[in-house]
Design a protein around this ligand. Structure first.
Ligand code: OAD
Length: 243
């Protein structure tokens, strides 16, 4: 344990009655999955315009470009393993794991699917763009080629939430309810700039949760958090979450 502050956070975590974890791309950074923003030259949005690649307009105008980009990201994920932070959260059995991440590294680490809420969908699934409800798990090593929905004939797309699209309703309602009742919110590896997801932090804080923010870099969430620890998640989380 690095210091007395972290020891007191570990105690808060072990005593929490209704803990919620809210994670972002930084949780998977140490698994080799690029973040979207931040100082690294690997940060995805420093290389690409998000509205060209992660939007309905992008997909409808240049489906092959968008699908090639997802194929590349799926290839990175095919080789990625859960890191020590995912494993620590999988052990944190009392906590609901609300994540903006579209990977399934928490589930691969052993977190049961019913306590992982994917606010931004899943890159390891395709779904019907027409909204008929068809969806299937993909092989991350297979090409992400253009194809039509076998159920209704509309185009098939990655099952992620794009800019301008609403969050999955049931998942969002569950996250809102959990954050408004949480006594502890552990925020991990998010810049906190993408709404509405980021408002969960403010909501939990206003409802009385003790908010811990883990991020190696300063972010705007530091001003909402009760305490911030500026260290990488895979280094600090195993120290904070006991077996
Ligand atoms: P960002 O890329 O905006 O932020 C990632 C954060 O992780 C940054 O603040 C980094 O400092 C931090 N970070 C980097 N390495 C870390 C480490 N080892 N441990 C802990 N933190 C680390 O990612 P998100 O906040 O998740 O949306 O972005 C939110 C949404 O923006 C994403 O879900 C995505 C994107 O547009 C969609 O795809 C809809």
């Amino acid at each position: 344990m690095a210091d007395a502050l972290e020891a007191s956070i570990a105690q808060r975590i072990s005593e929490a009655q209704r803990p919620v974890v809210f994670s972002g791309a930084g949780l998977s950074a140490e698994s080799g999955v690029p973040t979207f923003r931040g100082g690294s030259e690997h940060a995805l949005w420093s290389q690409y315009d998000p509205h060209q690649l992660a939007s309905v307009e992008g997909f409808e105008h240049q489906p092959d470009v968008v699908l090639a980009w997802y194929e590349w990201r799926r290839g990175i994920l095919a080789d990625a393993q859960p890191n020590a932070a995912h494993h620590a959260l999988a052990r944190f059995k009392d906590a609901l794991l609300v994540t903006q991440n579209v990977d399934d590294l928490l589930e691969q680490a052993g977190a049961s699917a019913d306590r992982v809420l994917h606010l931004h969908g899943s890159i390891v699934h395709d779904r019907c763009h027409g909204g008929c409800g068809w969806s299937e798990r993909v092989d991350l090593n297979e090409p992400t080629a253009s194809r039509d929905c076998p159920s209704c004939g509309e185009p098939v797309r990655p099952a992620v939430v794009w800019f301008g699209e609403p969050l999955p309703e049931v998942v969002w309602e569950q996250a809102l309810a959990a954050c408004s009742e949480a006594d502890l919110l552990l925020v991990i590896g998010t810049s906190g700039v993408v709404q509405p997801a980021a408002m969960l932090v403010e909501l939990a804080s206003q409802a009385g949760a003790f908010v811990v923010n883990l991020n190696p870099e300063p972010t705007q969430l530091d001003s909402i958090a009760d305490v911030s620890v500026h260290r990488p998640a895979a280094e600090v989380l195993p120290e904070l979450i006991s077996d």
